[in-house]
Design a protein around this ligand. Structure first.
Ligand code: HEM
Length: 404
């Protein structure tokens, strides 16, 4: 239990730690991976190299510490992170290791400011925060394993189809090797795949959204191949170039809280940029099945038709169901695209949304790269769409749109 004095130490030092966050977390990861190299099997090393994950973990610890009196207020964030942790395989026994190294790094970077009282208070606070995470995640592990067809950790899946969807995106259909039915998932959720890549010492884990509607037989992921020269693409390149039908890949049970709500019939707007299409396509296919009367506007932004994945699948649905409106906007159209009547040229703006949508009394779901997310978010804010009607997910480490 934290004493009142320790709580005030935490609150007064959290801002300093935040300010020196990158320094502390760089040191933290260095030491963590030196003492526990096996943890490199869990962490995304590309995010590490790019510094993307460096502040996320420690930043969340400091943010939680500032709310130490009312940790229930941050439960939604804990759950969001918990989904990711559960999907990757973070376990209770990992928490003390992270805590020890975070404290060591704080001590080193803060020098004489890190008095015994300060360190003791942070040790205590980390323990309280870690126990909230462990509890939330324990429940998630249990849910994943007791659900019909569910399992804990990773289990082998076989690639049954590999389909090219555009110049950059390929779909993989994955069926469980044990032949069991699949657990149901909510459209918008993702799975983690774990790859052992030749020449690499550690495994690589990545999350991919499920791009098809829930069904009992297969998961489908649609993966964008990152540029050949970019180190970022180690996993996507491996999947595109080396993984073939018949190969086995370890997969974890579906996770994530960016999910479609089907509790009412409020008109839906699903907006995607590039490969952000994948969770939204799963949502579209689900709503067509479960709520065929619900009005849906499906908006997809891509560079041009060459990079427009799964276009045929969306067009087929639109042909069958009158309640779907489908819009495509290309930022860099080919000559042929320019002549097409059903596509727009440019970027998503407030004016354009107001032109195609009758009003803003709708539920908005959006997903895509950072620039796209900023554009959509500020357009919707400019249109006074309330926060609770905007649902979104970033690729890569979670960020808050209000803070970027
Ligand atoms: C991801 C916070 C403990 C391993 C994250 C993210 C946050 C976070 C904010 C980013 C979430 C996202 O991208 O959506 C925390 C906090 C912890 C904690 C506050 C302690 C209270 C741990 C522990 C481990 C761990 C004990 C395991 C050793 C990971 C991994 C990721 C992650 C592997 C995925 C990021 C990547 O691979 O780049 N965590 N975490 N975390 N965390 Fe934690």
């Amino acid at each position: 239990m934290l004493t009142t004095e320790q709580k005030s130490i935490i609150k007064s030092t959290a801002p300093i730690l935040k300010e020196r966050g990158t320094e502390i977390t760089s040191r933290f990861y260095q030491q963590l991976f030196t003492s526990h190299p096996e943890l490199l099997n869990l962490f995304n090393q590309t995010n590490q190299k790019k510094g993307r994950q460096q502040t996320a973990l420690a930043g969340a610890v400091y943010a939680a510490a500032e709310n130490i009196d009312q940790l229930e207020d941050i439960l939604p964030v804990v759950k969001q992170i918990g989904h990711k942790h559960r999907s990757i395989g973070v376990r209770p026994e990992h928490y003390p290791i992270v805590g020890e190294h975070l404290l060591l790094a704080m001590k080193e970077v803060l020098g004489s400011d890190a008095t015994d009282d300060v360190l003791e208070a942070w040790k205590e606070a980390y323990g309280v925060i870690a126990s909230v995470f462990i509890e939330v995640e324990e429940e998630m592990y249990q849910d994943a394993s007791i659900q019909q067809g569910g399992w804990e950790g990773f289990k082998p899946f076989r690639v049954t189809h590999k389909v090219t969807e555009s110049n950059a995106i390929t779909s993989f259909y994955l069926e469980p090797v044990d032949g069991n039915v699949l657990p149901s998932f909510s459209p918008g959720q993702y799975i983690s795949v774990q790859l052992q890549i030749e020449g690499e010492t550690y495994t690589h884990i990545r999350q991919y959204s499920l791009s098809d509607a829930p069904n009992q037989n297969y998961f489908r992921i649609s993966v964008k191949k990152e540029s050949d020269h970019d180190p970022e693409g180690i996993v996507s390149n491996h999947l595109h170039e080396r993984v073939e039908v018949g190969d086995e890949i370890p997969v974890s049970a579906p996770a994530g809280d960016f999910v479609l709500s089907t509790k009412d019939e409020t008109p839906l707007v699903l907006i995607s940029g590039g490969v952000g299409l994948t969770p939204l396509l799963s949502m579209l296919k689900t709503v067509v099945h479960l709520q065929p009367e619900r009005r849906v506007t499906f908006i997809h932004a891509a560079r041009n038709s060459q990079l427009h994945a799964l276009k045929g699948e969306v067009t087929d649905l639109v042909k069958q169901i009158e309640t779907i409106q489908n819009y495509t906007i290309y930022s860099d159209p080919t000559e042929q695209d320019e002549q097409s009547v059903d596509t727009y040229t440019g970027h998503i703006t407030l004016e354009w949304l107001q032109e195609i949508l009758p009003h803003n009394q709708m539920e908005f779901y959006f997903c895509g790269p950072t620039g796209f997310m900023n554009a959509v978010y500020s357009a919707l804010q400019g249109w006074n769409v309330p926060e609770d009607r905007m649902h979104y997910e970033f690729f890569g480490p979670a960020k808050s749109l209000e803070t970027i």
